[in-house]
Write a protein that binds this ligand. Structure first.
Ligand SMILES: C[S@@+](CC[C@H](N)C(=O)[O-])C[C@H]1O[C@@H](n2cnc3c(N)ncnc32)[C@H](O)[C@@H]1O
Length: 216
């Protein structure tokens, strides 16, 4: 496992007052698009999530009272910043991202926030290594529609293993990808493993338009 890190309280919030939750800088779009060009299947989108989508996700997660929150596939931090603003003062926030340059960008934006450069496929081992307790909420930015069924299952097993009873799993899907066989398979798997799978109305102000799913 590469770098280790977690954030207690909110040291990951941008240092300068008023800087948090600003619209993404042009550089973020560039970093993200460059990541897409390098590894289109892994990155899975041409642009980071919009603030509108990030807020819709975080709204579903009830983070204020969470002890431990995990974000998977943080990218350049489009959702991360909203998570940081929503968690409580004692919440531990752990974030995983695979792409080295995205990790570098995240660290630049959130100097206090240490990040695991790690695959979600190793979530359980990563948390166990640091003696972590069960997780209240896992927030996914992962491109599930681009994964084969085996990888989907592997990552979902990891998520289910770390979630506390009654814990929540949230993320987003792209509307256009909803008909991909891989997306449909993913949705069926969610329904098998969670009692409730909620789907939000479409968030049109995102590139591409997306919806939020929230599972308990
Ligand atoms: C669709 S982008 C979303 C990025 C960001 N959360 C957002 O909403 O803008 C997916 C991100 O997941 C990362 N990723 C893909 N597979 C991963 C894996 N197995 N473990 C961790 N991150 C992964 C990619 O590098 C990429 O940054």
């Amino acid at each position: 496992m590469s770098a280790s890190t977690h954030v207690a309280a909110r040291p990951g919030l941008p240092a300068r007052a008023g800087q948090s939750a600003l619209p993404l800088a042009a550089a973020d779009y560039w970093y993200f698009f460059a990541g897409f060009l390098r590894r289109p299947w892994k990155v899975g989108a041409i642009a980071p999530s919009s603030a509108r989508l990030a807020r819709a996700i975080v709204r579903h997660c009830h983070l204020q009272k969470a002890d431990i929150v995990v974000e998977l596939g943080a990218g350049t931090g489009a959702i991360t910043r909203h998570i940081l603003e929503s968690i409580g003062p004692h919440t531990t926030f752990i974030t995983l991202e695979l792409d080295a340059r995205h990790v570098a960008r995240l660290r630049e934006r959130h100097p206090g926030l240490k990040i695991y450069r790690e695959s979600a496929e190793n979530l359980r081992a990563l948390l166990a290594q640091h003696g972590r307790k069960p997780v209240d909420c896992v927030i996914s930015g992962l491109p599930w529609g681009n994964m084969n069924r085996r990888t989907q299952q592997r990552i979902l097993r990891e998520i289910l293993a770390v979630l506390k009873p009654g814990g929540r799993f949230c993320g987003f899907g792209y509307v256009h990808a909803g008909w991909y066989p891989s997306s449909r398979a993913f949705h069926r798997t969610l329904q098998q493993h969670f009692r409730r799978v909620g789907i939000s109305p479409v968030v049109w102000r995102n590139l591409p338009p997306a919806f939020v799913y929230s599972c308990t």
